[in-house]
Design a protein around this ligand. Structure first.
Ligand code: ZN
Length: 155
């Protein structure tokens, strides 16, 4: 059994794999976790498919996007995900997830924290964008990062 990289106590096949194969994640936190797992496993098509149209990379050609991401991921190792806080969706379908990632890139510490914004589009939650923090400066809760959150809200 392959444990899912997203940090839930579940096998990959029963956790994020169905999303990578086309199912819709039921909420923004599961979508965020499945996107993390996609980074860890090199599921680059999924990372493009789950971008909200408001994300700057959504209009990028998926093949060019995948190629660029694969080159990056060759030197990257994703070692863990910690979800700190999650909220939403609100009446407009907008959700927030605050998380911390333990990662290495080219042999160096590349850990970070991010407050991500998600919005419903085309039947599922999609990644709108995020505000990143240093891994050791991750806010404890979304309320502590609310100014960053407002700047990201779509529309
Ligand atoms: Zn998972």
């Amino acid at each position: 059994m392959q444990a899912c990289p997203c940090g839930r106590a579940a096998a990959y096949a029963a956790c994020c794999e169905p999303f990578h194969r086309g199912a819709e994640a039921p909420d923004a936190e599961r979508l965020m976790r499945s996107r993390y797992a996609a980074f860890a496993l090199g599921e680059v098509a999924y990372l493009h498919r789950t971008l909200h149209p408001d994300h700057p990379e959504a209009a990028t050609d998926p093949r060019a996007y995948a190629e660029r991401l694969r080159a990056h991921l060759k030197r990257a190792r994703y070692r863990g995900l910690e979800v700190r806080d999650a909220r939403g969706p609100d009446a407009d379908g907008v959700s927030w997830v605050l998380f911390r990632v333990d990662a290495m890139h080219a042999g160096k510490d590349a850990g970070f924290a991010e407050l991500s914004c998600f919005a419903v589009h085309d039947g599922g939650h999609r990644y709108v964008g995020g505000r990143t923090f240093a891994a050791n400066a991750c806010p404890a809760a979304i309320d502590d990062a609310v100014e960053g959150a407002r700047a990201l809200t779509p529309g």
